[in-house]
Ligand binder design. Structure first.
Ligand SMILES: [Zn+2]
Length: 459
């Protein structure tokens, strides 16, 4: 629709200045042509022109611009006045009998077009109010509150367009509600609270109910409006009723927030204790808490610790030098001591492998305490000697990464521990008796050596 609009001056402007500074932003909705802050702004002139197609074009354009965070109502002088004209016209149409047959007969085309202007203008105001400075601007504009109050009173949500119109009005009210206060004795029609309560209590339109509830909540959370709280408020009944619809998050949130504001007031909370729905509401709130909890599946082992005898006992372990072996080795001259030590500690085994560090440490740990009398071999000699003692074994480097220095072809000599299964461990393994061959021998030993002596000493 606006592709034929003259905006050809922009490239010329760019050409002049593009060399030393960025050109104007020509992205859609950012063009200077449309957002020029002058009373002869292109859109404002169209809005004012009285030509239907021009008005449509301007409103269409503004509907897109108002989503832009740079769109400021006050930057175009006269724009607010022009935008308010159409919702006010729409409002006049809703008075008295004019909409009585609206759902039966379609309105004349011209009326339909003007209605659309009213809807779009209010939509532009509503969208721009999301931006804080615009909301302030709207709150300070003298016509805003009177028009919103009239809409709340006169517009009935009996058609789609009326519902949309009403919804936008409620949402504008919501955005300017923070500082609105209404004196207790204000005349009927000068305060939106009864109208909002009526919509919450009677409307079946979910969007209207949510918007009204949020707005009412904003208004009533201001302590200076608390005189409008009432234990019989239809909003209380509705919020209790909608609280159970857990799947509908926005509705439940709005109900919950309203309930919070309502019950934050001391006398309302006191009155609610006697409310017939109080116990079931508590139930619902607890269910809601449970419903909102993040469910986490954890398994907790509550069985007592079970001690079992291993089915497969380790039947062998690495051989350690016995006291006699050590005594016979210690005084041997090196390298014979090293050879003998290896023969005692290791056996040839083709796939056996241990690291050179382990190998050296075994030697060092054994003999370093006698080093003052019988000097040790150096590590490299000890490791090299493995090849002299065991023909098949050798020290080697396995390529990495990481590199591994190993001795391959030998393994620790193993001692069988099978016989130790039946060793007496009486008194924390203090018993000196050698391992037995069968459980019955061990049993006899326990009985004779420990239990009977214990019993007789007790006597
Ligand atoms: Zn014993």
């Amino acid at each position: 629709m606006y592709t034929n609009r003259p905006n050809a001056h922009t490239p010329a402007y760019t050409a002049h200045y593009s060399t030393n500074r960025p050109g104007p932003n020509v992205t859609d909705d950012y063009e200077r042509w449309y957002t020029e802050a002058t009373p002869n702004n292109r859109m404002l002139l169209s809005l004012r022109s009285g030509i239907d197609s021009e008005i449509s074009w301007a409103l269409d354009r503004l509907c897109r611009l108002c989503n832009n965070e740079q769109f400021m109502l006050r930057s175009i002088p006269g724009l607010m006045d022009a935008l308010f004209e159409w919702p006010e016209w729409y409002l006049e149409q809703c008075e008295e009998d004019k909409t009585q047959y609206a759902c039966l007969f379609s309105a004349p085309r011209e009326t339909q077009r003007k209605r659309r202007h009213g809807l779009e203008a209010l939509f532009i105001l509503r969208n721009s109010a999301i931006n804080e400075p615009n909301a302030v601007e709207l709150a300070n504009y003298p016509q805003t509150l009177p028009m919103l109050l009239q809409i709340l009173q006169k517009v009935r949500p009996n058609t789609d367009s009326n519902t949309e119109f009403l919804l936008n009005a409620i949402e504008i009210l919501q955005m300017i509600a923070v500082d609105l206060t209404f004196p207790t004795m204000s005349p009927a029609g000068s305060n939106p609270i009864p109208a909002l309560e009526r919509i919450i209590g009677h409307s079946t339109n979910r969007s209207l109910v949510i918007a009204s509830m949020v707005t009412l909540n904003h208004l009533l959370s201001n302590p200076r409006n608390s005189s409008y709280l009432s234990p019989e408020s239809p909003a209380l009944g509705a919020s209790l009723q909608y609280l159970s619809l857990f799947v509908d998050r926005p509705l439940v949130d709005a109900s919950l927030n309203y309930l919070y504001t309502h019950l934050s007031h001391y006398s309302m909370a006191k009155a609610f204790l006697l409310h017939r729905d109080m116990p079931s509401t508590l139930n619902l709130l607890v269910s809601l808490l449970l419903h909102e909890q993040v469910e986490e599946t954890v398994s907790l082992d509550i069985s007592p610790p079970v001690a079992t005898i291993p089915t497969t006992a380790v039947a062998q372990r690495d051989h350690e030098l016995t006291q006699e072996e050590l005594e016979s080795l210690v005084s041997l001259p090196e390298p014979n001591r090293c050879y003998e030590w290896m023969r005692t500690m290791f056996v040839p085994k083709q796939e056996g492998e241990l690291t050179q560090v382990e190998f050296w440490n075994l030697y060092k740990d054994q003999f370093s305490r006698f080093a003052d009398r019988y000097p040790l071999l150096v590590a490299s000699d000890v490791i090299k000697n493995v090849n002299i003692v065991f023909q098949t074994a050798q020290a080697m480097v396995l390529p990495g990464p990481p590199q591994k220095f190993v001795v391959r072809g030998v393994d620790r000599r193993k001692d069988s521990t099978a016989s130790e299964r039946f060793k007496c461990h009486w008194n924390r393994s203090q018993c000196a008796a050698s391992p037995f061959n069968s459980p019955s021998e061990l049993y006899e030993h326990l009985l004779a050596q420990h239990i009977q002596t214990y019993e007789s000493s007790e006597m």
